[in-house]
Design a protein around this ligand. Structure first.
Ligand code: GRF
Length: 194
């Protein structure tokens, strides 16, 4: 789905639940000349998410949905996104699982970042499991979202070495540095005309 941009950037929503370091990088990328996207909306599943402060700083519309009633919340989100013509969703540390119905409505237009070399280490506690299994290499993946967890088509991956004395935290920090480069790169790959 390559698209022309310029004045016509793809209206994008970023879904978060926590720190929002990827959100921050995506916002910064969206401000560059070469960005094919504009970030119009931030959705958080957590009212205390640190990432919300970036939405505030950059004056981007934000809403919190706790997903206690998933059907109701998803329907409300869909209404908001439709109203603002949002055409791309980037999940960035979003800890809720979207329903099949929601994914269908945004088919092929939801991306996710996962901190492993998929298809290895889907799901939670990735770094702990990687270290426990004495893997030598881990990394991060940008992929399309389908209705199976962390299983959609892979767009880009980056390998990161696992060190002998790594803790989940150390490894996470090292991988996140690459995530911050990889997400904008994947978006450019998908939407920038050659
Ligand atoms: C990242 O490691 C991402 O790969 C995973 O959740 C983490 C979110 O980090 N899905 P942040 O909130 O973007 O800092």
């Amino acid at each position: 789905m390559k698209k022309l941009y310029g004045s016509n950037r793809i209206k994008t929503a970023v879904f978060i639940s926590g720190t929002g370091s990827n959100l921050k990088k995506l916002i910064q990328f969206s401000k560059t000349k070469k960005s094919p996207i504009n970030i119009n909306f931030v959705i958080s599943s957590n009212s205390k998410a640190k990432g919300l402060s970036f939405a505030k700083k950059y004056k981007i519309k934000k809403k919190v949905f706790k997903f206690n009633n998933k059907v109701r919340d998803e329907n409300t989100i869909l209404k908001y996104l439709k109203k603002d013509d949002v055409n791309l969703i980037c999940l960035a540390g979003f800890m809720k699982i979207l329903s099949k119905n929601f994914i269908k409505k945004f088919k092929g237009k939801i991306l996710n970042i996962h901190p492993s070399l998929l298809p290895k280490y889907k799901g939670l506690n990735t770094h702990q499991r990687v270290i426990k299994n004495r893997e030598k290499v881990s990394g991060c993946t940008i992929h399309y979202v389908n209705s199976n967890l962390d299983s959609g088509k892979i767009i880009l991956q980056k390998k990161v070495k696992v060190h002998i004395n790594d803790t989940p935290n150390k490894l996470s920090n090292r991988i996140k540095k690459q995530e911050h480069i990889l997400y904008p790169k994947a978006i450019s790959k998908l939407f920038t005309n050659p």
